[in-house]
Design a protein around this ligand. Structure first.
Ligand code: BDR
Ligand code: CA
Length: 322
């Protein structure tokens, strides 16, 4: 069993990743920390409680709210993709008696900050903990600033972010998580902690169509199926209008799959740097992936190939466990 801490900016694909992690017996979620990104951090923390209530959990992971602002830049959010509340506006949905269709989980938020909860959890499980980063890297860079040697006791950081031989999804060159806080990302890449990356090059290979999602969830009409359909509705509409197909990419679910089914994913070692200054290239992840140009001291493993069908089949099998 792998101990993990999830750091997340709960939007729609973060929700899918968290549910997949909770349904993965190979993983034990020690803690979840929220960070600003898809939505402001207070909304993200509320979303996390809504996501955790979808499953009937007997025990909840420890939860703490993290940083509200990127290190240097002003916050950019993604309500246009994930809905005003970050979860396809499911917070507005009501039962016939007026009660919320998706209530908040009955668990408390730690009074510790997200950054301190990260440091405390590494202290509790030195050399054993994997940090799964699904949003901008602000909390993680702040934890490194506070205690770099403690953060070196992480087993690894596995993160969704960046774009290498693929166009960005915010600008031509930048992926959202890195674009929101490029300074934090650059500090994390310089930290000497082993890093695995699921960039857009990998996540764009996994295309979840609306047809497949509805076919699979209609087979088992239960709470998680309903949540998946309700929460993904607005982002699938965004994809239909602006990306060209009805469906979406479940970006943040990939790091969870990389932990439980590494054989579905192929990576190359690279030296990854982040552009923090460029006006056209702000937030770009820069690395030379050509085999003949491999760096002598790579700082990351970059996933470049995914067995997409196998991963999607696995995803639906796991979801079907409930
Ligand atoms: C990343 O950006 C966010 O909008 C998603 O949740 C994901 O983490 C994809 O670029
Ligand atoms: Ca995310």
């Amino acid at each position: 069993m792998q101990r993990i801490l999830i750091d997340t900016d709960p939007g729609v694909d973060d929700a899918i990743a968290i549910l997949l992690a909770l349904l993965s017996p190979e993983l034990h979620i020690e803690a979840i920390t929220t960070v600003c990104g898809n939505v402001p951090v207070t909304q993200g923390t509320e979303n996390l409680l809504r996501i955790l209530a979808v499953l009937d959990l007997e025990e909840f992971p420890c939860i703490a709210q993290g940083e509200a602002r990127p290190l240097v830049k002003n916050l950019v959010t993604a309500a246009h993709v994930h809905g005003e509340d970050g979860l396809g506006n499911i917070s507005q949905l009501r039962n016939t008696d007026g009660s919320p269709l998706y209530p908040l989980a009955n668990t408390s938020i730690s009074s510790t900050s997200g950054v301190d909860l990260i440091l405390e959890t590494v202290t509790r499980y030195p050399d054993e903990l994997t940090l799964v980063a699904l949003g901008p890297l602000t909390n993680i860079a702040t934890a490194i600033r506070k205690d770099a040697s403690k953060m070196q006791r992480l087993q690894t950081i596995i993160l969704m972010g960046g774009a290498f031989e693929e166009y960005g999804n915010v600008t031509t060159t930048a992926e959202f998580n890195i674009f929101v806080d490029p300074h934090a990302a650059q500090e994390v890449f310089q930290s000497n902690v082993p890093i695995d990356i699921a960039p857009l090059d990998a996540t764009h290979q996994v295309v979840l169509t609306g047809e497949r999602l509805h076919a699979e969830t209609d087979k088992r009409p239960n709470r998680i199926s309903q949540f998946l359909k309700d929460a993904t509705q607005s982002c699938m509409e965004f994809y239909r209008r602006y990306v060209g197909f009805w469906g979406f990419h479940i970006h943040d679910a990939l790091p969870i799959g990389m932990l439980t089914h590494p054989d579905y994913f192929q990576s190359v070692a690279a030296d990854v740097q982040v552009e923090t200054e460029g006006t056209l290239t702000n937030g770009m992840t820069v690395a030379d992936l050509r085999p003949e140009r491999r760096h002598p001291n790579p700082n990351a493993q970059v996933c470049i190939k995914v067995a997409a069908e196998a991963f999607l089949d696995h995803f639906f099998k796991r979801i079907a466990r409930r």
